[in-house]
Structures are given as structure tokens and as C-alpha cells.
Design a protein around this ligand. Structure first.
Ligand SMILES: *Cc1c(COP(=O)(O)O)cnc(C)c1O
Length: 755
């Protein structure tokens, strides 16, 4: 195919002008058109058994580069653009990032779609088409402000299928409108991302300069936002409306597919598997049973088939994150489900007399309990996470259904997280070991033998340097901040949550600052970068953001400290900026309280791009640690057994540490020092200080000392650039296990059995 001619012809047919006269926006739109045409002509992946990956989120990121790469025309487009003095990166700046997800769970779903199509397995994503996303984060007066995040434009990756499915709520009927996007795999075959929307939704009901809207008006608000504020009852109920809308339309569409193939609904489990991504789509279970019964199956038959169709992925051990809905919500939103849920609860009671495994407890419906009873599989997302589920959190279920429990350690797609975001490193790897790793990621192991080679070390350091310079340009353009590529880039980017312990990072940076103020001269300058959105109703998370932004300015204003230390918080952390930050990182901060991070996936992205992990033995860090060995990672902190015991005995008190350790006391008290208050909000900083000194539920103080020491060790190791480069190469070489192609192959072998 002659890409230059295709682009020329498109320029003439779309704009009546020569390609060379097109603006970046025009070039983006003509490439969108070409790419969509190529995808429209790609063969659909088919089989006699199909997966539906149902999820509240798909954090897919921009699609142009990724789709060009998977279509095999990336290099051609790049070369045509280069001939015009342009880069794909410039063109892709025009593309809005779809705001259909929030964090790791949504990004996982996106990586999975890429790998499912690449492995040529028939499997579609099923979700909702949010108009305004989660929110767009802005910083104002050193605080997070939430704004709508519109992303749909007249021309986009979305296609209109023209199909509608009726959804019956307790108080009204609506029509779910099915939109779709093609998902092209690396071998050129495609699946779909299927997204339901409601035509009556009205963006104009959102108050200007905020994300507030009338939460009662479901017809106008249903698909406006992902995770509408659930701090009040109408907000929580709106989430239930969204969930039922997704699963009812989704289940109808699945049955329509089955009928179109003339498959017998009585054997639907031979042809369909539904992977339930966390508890948000759990109502698909009773809804599928209800629809199968409408189609002539008995309750027993419908339940038996559904239990064989569905599989559930657990993403958290935080009890507060396992959804529970009052039954009166379901009575109002989807009353037709209540009789079925009651039947399921009765069956669960017959299977087990333990009241803790019941679905309905005190008129509250436990969604995860319904998932585990009525799915064929329950999986955790990293080895330690699955072990904790079996041993503690879901132990009662594990005793009941040991055969249902299994682990699927998360993965990431190397197409986006290496090839597209780091072409320099990709090219270098190919020059050393060939391109076989692009199809079989384990081949990266062959890099190990180059780790000690000084020439190779020089080469990876030069690539890292180039990525750091690219990041500096990106941040200058994006938010006007200048960073120094000569410094250590020490990066923590992920949703803001106390268990992820950004507050511990903050306290450790206060320590670095105070040491410099006390005359210590660091060997290396450090740039500490944060990126995180806080849920709008999560006050303490917003207090942590405020404290980071205040400290950042405080250090920047200090003539001495700013020579050695800079703190940057990137605004609106999203996939686009992850793709810039991660390849530029020297240190990957993965410092969650042991036992609390189910897996993490940014840890894998960083490793693959040659950053060294500074972290706890938690989530997939445990597996990273095992793969790279003690010499290529910095591990600190108490282990998960210790943490779990503290919770069981309720014997962790931050006051004990503060009374014993005057240094820790000093760091925490700095939060409410005159210096901080001079730039910040006393109420917010006081609230954070009060929480850490009296509660510290996620135990930031328990590891603070060992974290600060370990961080110093990492900085010292960085000073020896040859040793550091050796660690970088060893990390890249060991990252093959974390390809989502491996994860998906395991899902398929053990759960989906698609071919
Ligand atoms: C990978 C990714 C995440 C998940 O990060 P964790 O550190 O694993 O929580 C969240 N957001 C974005 C934009 C990502 O790319």
C-alpha cells in the first residue's frame, strides 16, 4: 500500500487541497479517516465461542499511533510525515484522549482488548459511553478543581451501530443506543469495543465551571460521568442506574448474538463467556438469568447456564471498595431483578450455612458474594493478592469453592507501553536481540547478557537521557513547568489513595528538604514527580494533593533547596502523560502499604522502560522482585502478614511511633509549620496532620524510616551510572512476563477456553 498516495488522495477528496498545504488538524482527520477505513476492512475475529469483557471503564488512551502500529502502517505514516517536516506526536496532539476510564482497572481492560485481538481470540469489550469522563483535573490555589472532560468530537473513533435496546427501570423505560469502536490486534484482525449511550443525555445540564448537575434527572444525566459522586443517596442510586443500564443492554445484545448464530440458549455456556471486571457489572448475573427465563429456560436451567457463562475478577481487598447496595435501591431501579436476587440468595443459603457468604444481609446486597456464588471462576490479579483473598478476605468462599479460585497476574500491552511510547528503546532492543520479543515477550530475557557490557550501558543511558529531555519539553508545553534532565527523575503516578501512600512520599520529600536546609549537599539533584487525581468526595486525598502542591511551591521559592530538589505535580494525569512520564523515569515509586495494592500495572510499565522500582513487597512488586532479584530493585517496609496482623489486632497507633521517633514527629509536624501555612490552607493541612497523627489508617508512618533510608540507597546507587544502567537492562530483560499477551493466554487456557 502506498501511504503517501493514500494521504494525498484523502487530502484532495476531503479538503480539495494538496497534502503539503494541510494543517495538523486536517492531517489528523485524514489519518483518522484512513485508519478507520483500514480497520473497517480488517477481518472480524470469529469463533463458536465468544468472550464479552464487561467493565465500567475502558481507559483506552489516544488511538491513532496504536491503531497505525497494529495495522502495520506506523512506519509508513511516520516517514510520510517526516518528509513534510512533521512528527506523529505533533499530529496526535490534536486527538482528544477518550475519557472512558479512571485508573488501573480501566487501563487493564484496555490492555486486555489489545491482547485479546492480538491473540486472535473472539472477544469484545462492553461498557458505557460517558460524555464527560471522570473529570478533568485543574489546579487552582494549589487545590484540585474538577471540570467536565468532554472528548467526543464530530469525527472520532466511535461508530454508530444504529442499534437500540430497551431498558426497563422501575420508573421509566429508556433505549440504550449502541456505539462501537474497532479494536485492531497486532496481526491485523479485529474485535469491537461496544459502548452503550442514551440519546436524551444533555451535557448542558452540568453547571458551568464544575461537575455539578441534577442527579435526579436520569434521562438527561445517565451517561454524563463515570463514577458520579456517591457521597449522597441520589448519587449512589445514579450509579445503580448506570450499572443496570450497562448490564441489561449488554445481556440483551449477547442473547441477540447467540440467536443470530442459531445457537441454543439452553447451551449458551458452550458459546458465551462473560468476564465481570470488578463488581460494577455484577447485576449481569440476575439480568442474564431473567432474560434466559423470558426465553423459556426454567430458573434452574438459567442459573446453571449463567454460573457457567460468568467469571469474576476481584480487584481489591479494601472492604469499602466491594460494592454493597441496599435492596430498596434495586427495588426502585430494577424491581424485576429483586425476585431473582432473592432466589439466588436462597440457593446460596442452601449451599452454605455460613451467614457471611449470604448475598442479602440485613437488606443489603453484597455484589461480590453474588459474583462468587454464581460465576465459574473468581480470580485475583497478582499472586500475593490471590493468596490474601484465599487466606483471609474471601477465605469463607475459598473453603466453599476452592476450585473456583485462581490467579491471573495482570499485564500491560507492549505495543502501547514500549513500541509506541518508546521507539528509541524498542529499536535498541531489536538491534541486540532481534524482533522476536514483539510477538513473544519472554525473549526479552536474552538482553540479560548485555547488562554488564559498558557499551550497552552507555546506549541505554543515552536513550533514557533523550526520553528525559522529551518529558521536559512536554511538561513545559503542558503546564509551563521546567525540569532539569540532569536530575534523578523519581516518579509516583497513580490514582490518589491513602493506601498508595503519596503522603509517605511527601513526608520523605520534607525530609530531603530539611536536610538541605540543614547544610547537607546531595550528590545528585532530584526531581520528584507526582501525578494523581483524587475522587471528588475523598477529602483526605484532596488534602494530600494540596500539601504536595504547597510543598512544591515552597521548595521552588527556596534559593538553596531548589538547586537540589524540585517537586512537580502534573495536572490531569492521564494515559497521554503516562506515555511521556514513564519512559523518562529513573525511579518507579511503588510504595503501597503491603497487602493493599492488588497488583498495580504502572510498576510493570516503568520496569519495561528501564526504571528501577523503589517499593514494598506488595501486589505485582513481589513478582517483579522475584524476577529481577535483590540486586535490581529497592525493597523496604513491613510485610503483608505483619500489616494484616495489625489490622486484626487493631494495635497500630501512629502515636506510638511519634512518641518514640522525634525525627518522624518533626516531619509530620512540618505539615502545619509556619512555612507551609504561609502558602497553604490551614484547615486542609491541619486535617491531614490530624489524620496522620491520630489515625493513619494506611500506616504511612510504619514504613517512613525504612522508606527514607531505602530512597537514599537508591539515589546513591544512581550516582554509579554503570551499575545503574546494569539494573536498568536487567529490569527490561525480566519484564517479558508482564505482557498482557501472557495474561490473556492464561485467562483463555484456564477460564475462557475460546480456542
Ligand atoms: C497504568 C495506569 C494506571 C494504573 O497505575 P497504578 O500505579 O498501577 O495504580 C493509572 N492511570 C493511568 C493513566 C495508567 O496508565
Amino acid at each position: 500500500m502506498n501511504m503517501e498516495k493514500m494521504m494525498q488522495d484523502k487530502a484532495v477528496s476531503m479538503y480539495g487541497s494538496d497534502l503539503s498545504n494541510c494543517s495538523n488538524e486536517q492531517i489528523y482527520l485524514l489519518l483518522l479517516d484512513i485508519t478507520k477505513d483500514l480497520m473497517a476492512n480488517a477481518p472480524l475475529i470469529e469463533g463458536d465461542r465468544k468472550l464479552y469483557y464487561i467493565s465500567a471503564e475502558f481507559l483506552i488512551g489516544k488511538l491513532l499511533s496504536n491503531n497505525l502500529l497494529n495495522l502495520g502502517v506506523y512506519d509508513q505514516v511516520r516517514d510520510v510525515l517526516a518528509g513534510m517536516g512533521k512528527t506523529l506526536a505533533e499530529i496526535e496532539e490534536i486527538e482528544p484522549e477518550p475519557s472512558l476510564g479512571n485508573g488501573g482497572l480501566g487501563r487493564l481492560a484496555a490492555c486486555f482488548l489489545d491482547s485479546i485481538a492480538t491473540l486472535e481470540l473472539p472477544g469484545d469489550g462492553v461498557g458505557l459511553n460517558y460524555h464527560l469522563g471522570l473529570f478533568h483535573q485543574k489546579f487552582e490555589n494549589r487545590k484540585q478543581k474538577e471540570l467536565p472532560d468532554p472528548w467526543m468530537t464530530a469525527q472520532s473513533w466511535l461508530n454508530d451501530t444504529g442499534k437500540y435496546y430497551p431498558v426497563h427501570f422501575g420508573n421509566m423505560d429508556v433505549e440504550a443506543h449502541l456505539k462501537s469502536m474497532d479494536v485492531i490486534g497486532y496481526t491485523g484482525k479485529k474485535n469491537q469495543l461496544l459502548l452503550f449511550d442514551l440519546d436524551t443525555v444533555t451535557e448542558a445540564i452540568v453547571e458551568s465551571d464544575s461537575i455539578n448537575f441534577d442527579k435526579n434527572d436520569v434521562k438527561e444525566n445517565l451517561t454524563l460521568f463515570l463514577y458520579p459522586d456517591d457521597s449522597d443517596e441520589v448519587g449512589r442510586k445514579l450509579r445503580v442506574y448506570q450499572q443496570y443500564f450497562l448490564v441489561s443492554a449488554g445481556a440483551q445484545m449477547i442473547l441477540e448474538d447467540v440467536k443470530a448464530h442459531s445457537w441454543d440458549l439452553k447451551n449458551i455456556s458452550d458459546h458465551v463467556v462473560i468476564q465481570i471486571n470488578d463488581t460494577h457489572p455484577s447485576m449481569v448475573i440476575p439480568e442474564l438469568i431473567r432474560l434466559l427465563m423470558e426465553n423459556g429456560l426454567s430458573l434452574e436451567e438459567a442459573v446453571a447456564q449463567t454460573e457457567k457463562v460468568c467469571a469474576y475478577t476481584n480487584h481489591t481487598i479494601l472492604a469499602e471498595a466491594l460494592e454493597k447496595w441496599p435492596s430498596h435501591f434495586i427495588e426502585q431501579v430494577a424491581p424485576q431483578l429483586m425476585p431473582i436476587i432473592r432466589e439466588l440468595d436462597a440457593i446460596a443459603a442452601k449451599r452454605d450455612d455460613n451467614p457471611k457468604t449470604r448475598i442479602i444481609q440485613n437488606d443489603i446486597i453484597h455484589m461480590a458474594n453474588m459474583d462468587i456464588h454464581f460465576s465459574k471462576s473468581t480470580n485475583g490479579v497478582a499472586k500475593i493478592h490471590t493468596d490474601i483473598l484465599k487466606d483471609t478476605e474471601l477465605h469463607d468462599f475459598y473453603r466453599l469453592y476452592p476450585e473456583k479460585f485462581n490467579n491471573k497476574t495482570n499485564g500491560i500491552t507492549f505495543r502501547r507501553w514500549l513500541q509506541a511510547c518508546n521507539p528509541q528503546l524498542t529499536k535498541w532492543i531489536i538491534s541486540k536481540i532481534g524482533d522476536g520479543f514483539l510477538k513473544d515477550s519472554i525473549e526479552l530475557e536474552a538482553l540479560k547478557k548485555y547488562a554488564a557490557d559498558p557499551e550497552c550501558q552507555k546506549e541505554v543511558l543515552a536513550i533514557k537521557r533523550e526520553k528525559k529531555e522529551e518529558l521536559a519539553v512536554f511538561l513545559k508545553n503542558r503546564q509551563g513547568v521546567e525540569i532539569d534532565p540532569n536530575s534523578i527523575f523519581d516518579i509516583q503516578v497513580k490514582r490518589l489513595h491513602e493506601y498508595k501512600r503519596q503522603q509517605m512520599n511527601l513526608l520523605s520529600v520534607i525530609n530531603l528538604y530539611q536536610e538541605i536546609k540543614n547544610g547537607y549537599v546531595p550528590e545528585e539533584k532530584v526531581t520528584v514527580i507526582f501525578g494523581a487525581k483524587a475522587a471528588p468526595a475523598y477529602i483526605l486525598a484532596k488534602d494530600i494533593i494540596h500539601a504536595i502542591l504547597v510543598l512544591s511551591d515552597l521548595i521552588a521559592k527556596d534559593e538553596v533547596a531548589s538547586k537540589y530538589l524540585q517537586v512537580v505535580m502534573v495536572e490531569n494525569y492521564d494515559v497521554t502523560c503516562a506515555e511521556k512520564l514513564i519512559p523518562a523515569a529513573d525511579i518507579s515509586e511503588q510504595i503501597s502499604l503491603a497487602s493493599k495494592e492488588a497488583s498495580g500495572t504502572s510498576n510493570m510499565k516503568f520496569m519495561l522502560n528501564g526504571a528501577v522500582t523503589l517499593g514494598t513487597d506488595d501486589g505485582a512488586n513481589v513478582e517483579i522482585h522475584h524476577l529481577v532479584g535483590d540486586d535490581n530493585i529497592f525493597i523496604f517496609g513491613v510485610d503483608s502478614d505483619t500489616v494484616i496482623k495489625h489490622y486484626e489486632k487493631a494495635d497500630y497507633h501512629p502515636q506510638d511511633i511519634l512518641a518514640q521517633d522525634s525525627k518522624v514527629r518533626e516531619l509530620v509536624d512540618f505539615l502545619v509549620s509556619e512555612e507551609m501555612i504561609a502558602l497553604g490552607d490551614q484547615t486542609s493541612l491541619g486535617r491531614l496532620h490530624h489524620d496522620i497523627t491520630t489515625k493513619d489508617w494506611f500506616m504511612a508512618l510504619i514504613d517512613l524510616e525504612s522508606y527514607m533510608n531505602c530512597r537514599k540507597e537508591a539515589y546513591a546507587a544512581y550516582a554509579d551510572q554503570n551499575r545503574w544502567a546494569q539494573m536498568m537492562i536487567n529490569n527490561i530483560a525480566a519484564a517479558g512476563f508482564f505482557s498482557s499477551d501472557r495474561t490473556i493466554a492464561q485467562y483463555n487456557e484456564e477460564i475462557w477456553k475460546l480456542k
